[in-house]
Design a protein around this ligand. Structure first.
Ligand code: APR
Length: 249
């Protein structure tokens, strides 16, 4: 693995870092990604049958059982070296009074479990469920659920607090993302196939304002030729090595 000196210099000089992460960052914790040809969730399950509001209206029990299965996997998972390296990077930058924002598409909260603080959950989380009748949100950590779908005190069915296909991102999260991108001078794209909007366009917003850009991803993506540094490989190997070279952590 080659870690270029100019990358280390640029990261050491960065004043405001934005990191976008996807399912590839949690892959080494045993959580399946979405679009891996063989092991990806969407290779085995139809997203239109499980990850849309229409699917939940049609069959809330099946949808709730599937998301509970994913909750059980996430409950058993531990943060990996990629998660820990990002938490360490945030602390190093904070110690130097530099900005750091972690924009994640992941719904597993492993970044927070690793100690990351300034985390924006672009696609919500598996750990908060929302009543489809009264809208009350409820943090649900016990796995598995006792009933499918879980019920609210008002009797309404609860749905997972994630962003489904055809739904808008949470307004506050989107605003936080735009504010961070407006101020950033260094942008990481890590473990994401960079095909799902609006997150897939964040790199272009960062580039427009002159930020340096890095991609760390196992496979090539549509942005691999657009970044300043493309680092093919596992996030759990590359990130700790880069942080060690840059901040001796
Ligand atoms: N290290 C780095 N990259 C990895 C690793 C790893 N250990 N393992 C897999 N990858 C890469 C794959 O090469 C792939 O490009 O991670 C990427 C994961 O891509 P997707 O499965 O498409 O996941 P993601 O980009 O997070 O999906 C975005 O789509 O289905 C929706 O809402 C869901 O948040 C999700 C969104």
């Amino acid at each position: 693995m080659v870690i270029r000196d100019d990358l280390v210099d640029a990261l050491q000089a960065a004043r405001a870092v934005v990191v976008l992460t996807g399912a590839g960052v949690s892959a080494e914790s045993g959580i399946p990604t979405f679009r891996d040809a063989r092991e990806g969730l969407w290779a085995k399950y139809d997203p239109l049958e499980l990850a849309t509001p229409e699917a939940f209206d049609r069959d809330p029990e099946t949808v709730a059982r599937w998301y509970d299965w994913r909750r059980e996997k996430c409950a058993a998972a531990k943060p990996n070296p990629a998660h820990r390296a990002l938490a360490g990077l945030e602390k190093q930058l904070a110690a130097r009074e530099r900005g750091f924002t972690l924009l994640t598409q992941n719904v597993d909260r492993l970044h927070q479990a690793a100690g990351s603080e300034n985390v924006v959950e672009l696609h919500g989380t598996l750990w908060v469920w929302r009543c489809t009748r009264c809208g009350v949100e409820h943090e649900e950590r016990d796995v598995p659920f006792r009933e499918y779908p879980p019920r609210c005190a008002c009797g309404g069915a609860r749905r997972p607090g994630v962003v489904w296909f055809g739904e808008l991102l949470p307004e506050q999260a989107l605003q936080q993302a735009h504010d961070a991108l407006e101020a950033c001078d260094f942008f990481f794209s890590i473990g994401t196939s960079a095909v799902v909007e609006p997150a897939a366009s964040f790199i272009h917003a960062a580039r427009r304002r002159g930020a340096k850009t890095v991609e760390i991803n196992r496979d090539p993506t549509p942005i691999s030729n657009a970044v300043d540094w493309s680092m093919p490989g596992k996030a759990g190997e590359i990130l700790p090595a880069l942080c060690k070279r840059t901040f001796a952590i």
